[in-house]
Design a protein around this ligand. Structure first.
Ligand SMILES: C[S@@+](CC[C@H](N)C(=O)[O-])C[C@H]1O[C@@H](n2cnc3c(N)ncnc32)[C@H](O)[C@@H]1O
Length: 202
C-alpha cells in the first residue's frame, strides 16, 4: 500500500466505516466454526469476526499485518499469498475478504484467488467479500499502489466460473458485496450470467 493508504487504513474513520461495511457484508450469513480472513491488514474487524465464529485464521502477505495482529486467542496467523493458499481442500467453513480484492493486481490472479477459495472451502461453505466500486478518486488514492477494481456486474459470472453457486451481489454507494457458496443449486438464470457482461473497464 502507498503511505497515504496505509495511514488511512489505521484511522478511526476507516475503522468505523469498515465495521459498518463488514456488518452489512456478513448480515444473516452463517460463517460456521472456522473462518479464513484474506488480507486482514491491521485486523480492525477481528473482534467482530471473533464474535461470529469459534476460530479465525488470517492470511496476509505483508509482515506488518502479521505483526499488527499479534497473538490473540482463537486466531491463527499465516504470512502468505491469497492466490496460492497453503491450506488443504475443505479446511474452512467460510472465507471473508474485506476491501482487499482490488489489491490483487490482475483479473487472472483474481480468478486464481476465487478458485483457491473454492478449493479450501468445505462443501456448503461460504465466501463473503466487500470491495469498493471503481471511482476516479479511489484510483488517485491508489497511485503508486495496486488498484484492480472488480466490476460488480462481472462478479457473479467470475465467481460462477470458479465453481461457486447461490451467488448474491449487492451494491451500496461506493461499495459492493457478494456472498457465494461452494455448493448448492446453480441458479444460473437468476444470479449467474452465462457470459461476462461487456463494456466494463479492467
Ligand atoms: C486495503 S488493505 C485491507 C485491509 C483490511 N481488510 C481492511 O479493510 O482494513 C489490503 C490488505 O490485503 C493484503 N494483501 C494484498 N494482496 C495480498 C495477497 N495476494 N495475499 C494476501 N494478502 C494480500 C495487504 O497486505 C493488505 O493488508
Amino acid at each position: 500500500m502507498n503511505r497515504l493508504h496505509d495511514f488511512y487504513c489505521r484511522s478511526g474513520h476507516w475503522r468505523s466505516t469498515l465495521e459498518q461495511l463488514v456488518s452489512w457484508a456478513i448480515a444473516g450469513v452463517d460463517l460456521g466454526a472456522h473462518v479464513l480472513e484474506l488480507g486482514p491488514g491491521q485486523g480492525l474487524v477481528m473482534p467482530l469476526l471473533r464474535s461470529r465464529t469459534t476460530r479465525v485464521t488470517a492470511i496476509d502477505k505483508a509482515p506488518s499485518a502479521i505483526r499488527a495482529l499479534g497473538c490473540q486467542p482463537g486466531v491463527g496467523l499465516v504470512r502468505g499469498d491469497a492466490t496460492d493458499l497453503p491450506f488443504a481442500a475443505g479446511t474452512f467453513s467460510a472465507v471473508v475478504a474485506f476491501t482487499m480484492l482490488h489489491h490483487i493486481p490482475t483479473k487472472a490472479l483474481q480468478q486464481q484467488l476465487f478458485r483457491e477459495v473454492f478449493r479450501i472451502l468445505q462443501p456448503g461453505g461460504v465466501f463473503v467479500a466487500v470491495d469498493p466500486q471503481f471511482s476516479f478518486g479511489l484510483w488517485l488514492f491508489h497511485l503508486g499502489d495496486t488498484y484492480a477494481s472488480i466490476p460488480p456486474d462481472a462478479a457473479a459470472f467470475r465467481l460462477a466460473s470458479a465453481g461457486f453457486r447461490n451467488i448474491v451481489v449487492e451494491r451500496r454507494p461506493g461499495f459492493f458485496r457478494f456472498c457465494a457458496h461452494s455448493s448448492g443449486a446453480a441458479d444460473v438464470e437468476r444470479t449467474n450470467p452465462t457470459k461476462e457482461p461487456s463494456g466494463f473497464r479492467f
